[in-house]
Design a protein around this ligand. Structure first.
Ligand code: AHM
Ligand code: MG
Length: 338
């Protein structure tokens, strides 16, 4: 007979212990006696940023901060007002944490060196896309924040040289999704955990540990408007998927599309196009962190036929083609590329 714990009036069982993101990180750190607590400080800065960004977005129309600025970012893309606001929030939250040596953002041309040395601690580099999919904002669409945490290479000649590390070197990665609820998904290399913001208490609560991506799922997520400029292999894959009963889902925000695939299965693609022959998405702060999450959940992430995380980045804002999701679905794409 199954031992069912008694239910309280609220419907919670005695097994439903409340775990916040902060508690979770502290518990993880206790498994490693050499851990200094630095990591926990960085993640609490990211959680604080997420709460502030989520709040700003909710009031964006009222406070007249929707729409674009008259400026482009370093990659020639028109900046939304909230791109700049989210970037500043992350810089302000992370800038005061002692374990952060370097921050690098999609919105800034160069990485910011915060501290060269931090005593005996091992400092980290934090890379982020402050507001992924920001063109969705004007229509109340879903957007997110993506981050990657790397160990600082003290021997590197410059901040940029320190962060040009393969995705396999990431110490942690994650994203925040600002949708019907605010979600924080995190991996530190031992599986994937998912937290949801409880706005009434202002804390991210653990809702699922060891998230596993379904092995398959008949959904592809790609901008089909670009189809004619994809390499032939991707067009062959789309023909195959469409004649095998696949559905298409694409929101224009990678975080939202990959989050759905993480939970439901399927595949997300941003192939090379004639306009962006290397792909559109940025390797260091978009594709690598999402690829780490997907792999840690049991999925696959490739660029062409190469594992994303093994690809050596050459520049901070380097772009890379990508395909990630359920392992069987990534295999279906790859077998059409040959
Ligand atoms: P952004 O970081 O400037 O918002 O751009 C990244 C976004 C991804 O979230 C999304 O998958 C992709 O760009 C959408 O691009 P497209 O409109 O070309 O399909
Ligand atoms: Mg982005």
């Amino acid at each position: 007979m199954v031992d069912t714990p008694p239910r309280s009036k609220s419907g919670l069982t005695t097994r439903d212990n409340l775990t916040t993101l902060q508690t979770h990180i502290l518990a993880e750190e206790q498994k490693y006696p050499e851990a200094s607590g630095t990591f926990s400080w960085i993640l609490s800065a990211l959680a604080l940023s997420a709460k502030v960004i989520a709040d700003k977005m909710r009031r964006a129309r009222i406070h007249d901060v929707l729409g674009s600025l008259d400026s482009d970012n370093v990659q020639g893309e028109r900046q939304q007002k909230l791109d700049v606001i989210a970037n500043e929030i992350l810089l302000r939250c992370l800038g005061t944490r002692s374990g952060v040596a370097i921050v690098a953002s999609e919105e800034d041309e160069n990485p910011t060196l915060i501290q060269r040395e931090t005593g005996g601690e091992r400092p980290y580099c934090v890379l982020f896309d402050p507001l992924d999919g920001s063109s969705n904002l004007d229509t109340c669409g879903t957007v997110g924040t993506i981050f990657s945490i790397l160990r600082h290479d003290r021997r590197a000649q410059s901040p940029e040289a320190s962060i040009l590390q393969k995705g396999t070197e990431q110490a942690a990665a994650g994203y925040m999704l600002y949708g019907s609820s605010t979600v924080f998904v995190l991996t530190t290399g031992t599986g994937v955990s998912m937290f949801v913001l409880d706005p009434s208490i202002g804390s991210f609560l653990l809702v699922q540990q060891n998230v596993r991506i379904p092995a398959a799922g008949k959904t592809y997520s790609v901008n089909e408007g670009n189809r004619q400029s994809f390499p032939q292999g991707y067009q062959r894959y789309l023909d195959w998927a469409q004649s095998n009963g696949y559905s298409s889902r694409y929101s224009g925000a990678m975080v939202a599309d990959v989050h759905r695939i993480l939970l439901r299965g399927g595949v997300f693609l941003y192939p090379p196009t004639k306009k962006s022959p290397e792909g559109k998405l940025r390797q260091l702060y978009e594709v690598n962190p999402m690829a780490m999450i997907i792999e840690q959940a049991g999925g696959k992430a490739v660029s062409g036929t190469t594992r994303v995380l093994e690809s050596q980045p050459k520049a901070l804002h380097q772009r890379i083609a990508c395909c990630m999701g359920s392992p069987d679905e990534v295999d279906h794409v790859v077998r059409h590329l040959g």
